[in-house]
Design a protein around this ligand. Structure first.
Ligand SMILES: Cc1ncc(COP(=O)(O)O)c(C=O)c1O
Length: 382
């Protein structure tokens, strides 16, 4: 158990709530959750599903109607010839991460993962006894990795490479050329899989989303992780999925049977409405995130000692705070206590996150502006 990490967003949120209970005003830029309501037609489909009796257990890998909708959607948006039986539905997409790493990682095996990156990757790799090999994302490359290093990181023990694009916490997104470079390395190692975490694919500020699974020979090596939390503001519905090579489906399903049994049936029917219905709300949310990105990137740039590469996707800014002289943990603490802003220490996203903090701009433009003013005053007063 001592090898298992955590996600600090939930801890910082609890500390912020405790201060609020004492009457302090805190602006929440810590949690990675869209601040929009789930679109009405999806809520209506969920309510109708409850009334229609979708209140029971369903098949472990998901209701066929949702698995088929996911396969259809993946063919449309990624151009991948997906068979619906390759889809496993889970309560949120996080269990896909848990199950896939548990299925493939063990002592003697190596897993390459992005660092700074979503903390659960490293946590799970180490929990399973495998060696976690960081793929460093570099500030001076706008948080893209130096892929010339990748061939030297892979060996006969490498079982899995994790890519996350658009990325949490850095906000970077791989180009088609970068994915091709990664695919070339993977193709030359027959025992290696890729887990492609595409949960932020709909929040991209320029260009199109590319999935590594769409490249020649890669669908049979790739587990796509995606879900409904971020694209459709459905974090509390707990609905996500993996699209994986058929040989992994029985293993991942058995892990699901041993843990959650299945995702909530009414949530799955709402998921069908989300995928098959109008996508205007998704585009409107992405456009609003785009406006907030401008606001936060410009605001951070004007604070002395702070440098922030422009986010390319997702809804996180990951500025360097090194020149303020504070550690990431001190910056997190002082931002909460002195500026009334809840944000996360970059060190919570891996060793290469020290010297940085993460701000989630899933909050109104008004609150973001107020948070920037308070942080500016705090830093100038150091
Ligand atoms: C990179 C990344 N992957 C996956 C998830 C999982 O989201 P959920 O379990 O809500 O679908 C998150 C949530 O914060 C995330 O940031």
């Amino acid at each position: 158990m001592s090898r298992l990490g955590t996600e600090s967003a939930f801890e910082v949120l609890a500390r912020a709530r405790a201060l609020e209970a004492q009457g302090r005003e805190i602006i929440h830029l810590e949690i990675g959750e869209p601040d929009f309501e789930t679109p009405a037609h999806i809520v209506e489909a969920g309510v109708k599903a409850l009334q229609d009796g979708y209140t029971h257990y369903g098949p472990t890998p998901g209701l066929p109607e949702l698995r088929q909708a996911v396969a259809r959607n993946s063919r449309e948006v990624r151009g991948i010839d997906t068979n619906w039986e390759q889809v496993v539905v889970t309560p949120g997409a996080k269990p896909i991460m848990f199950y896939v790493i548990m299925a493939l990682a063990e002592a003697g095996v190596e897993v390459i993962y992005p660092n700074p990156g979503f903390p659960i990757y490293e946590s799970m790799i180490e929990f399973c006894g495998a060696k976690a090999v960081p793929m460093r994302l570099l500030e001076d490359r706008a948080y893209h990795p130096d892929l010339t290093q990748l061939p030297g990181m892979v060996n006969e023990r490498t079982r899995l490479l994790i890519v996350n694009s658009p990325e949490n916490p850095c906000g970077s997104a791989f180009t088609a050329d970068e994915l091709e470079t990664i695919a070339n390395v993977v193709r030359s190692h027959p025992d290696m899989y890729v887990m492609s975490d595409e949960i932020y694919k709909d929040i991209l500020y320029s260009g199109e989303h590319h999935s590594i699974a769409a490249l020649p020979g890669m669908a049979e090596r790739t587990i796509i992780l995606d879900g409904f939390s971020k694209s459709y503001a459905m974090t509390g519905w707990r609905l996500g999925y993996g699209i994986m090579p058929e040989e992994l489906v029985p293993h991942v399903s058995r892990l699901a049977t041993n843990s959650v049994s299945c995702a909530a049936s009414f949530s799955q029917i709402a998921g069908v409405a989300a995928l098959d219905g109008p996508q205007d709300a998704v585009q409107e949310m992405a456009a609003e995130f785009g406006r907030r990105r401008r606001l936060i990137a410009d605001g951070l740039a004007s604070i002395p000692g702070i440098n922030c590469p422009e986010p390319e996707g997702a809804f996180y800014a990951f500025p360097s705070i090194r020149d303020t002289g504070l550690s990431s943990a001190d910056f997190e603490e002082r931002a909460m206590q002195e500026a009334g802003v809840a944000l996360l220490s970059g060190a919570a996203f891996g060793e290469f996150g020290e010297g940085y903090v993460r701000l989630s701009y899933a909050n109104s433009q008004e609150n973001i502006s107020r948070a920037l003013e308070s942080l500016d005053a705090m830093v100038r007063g150091l």
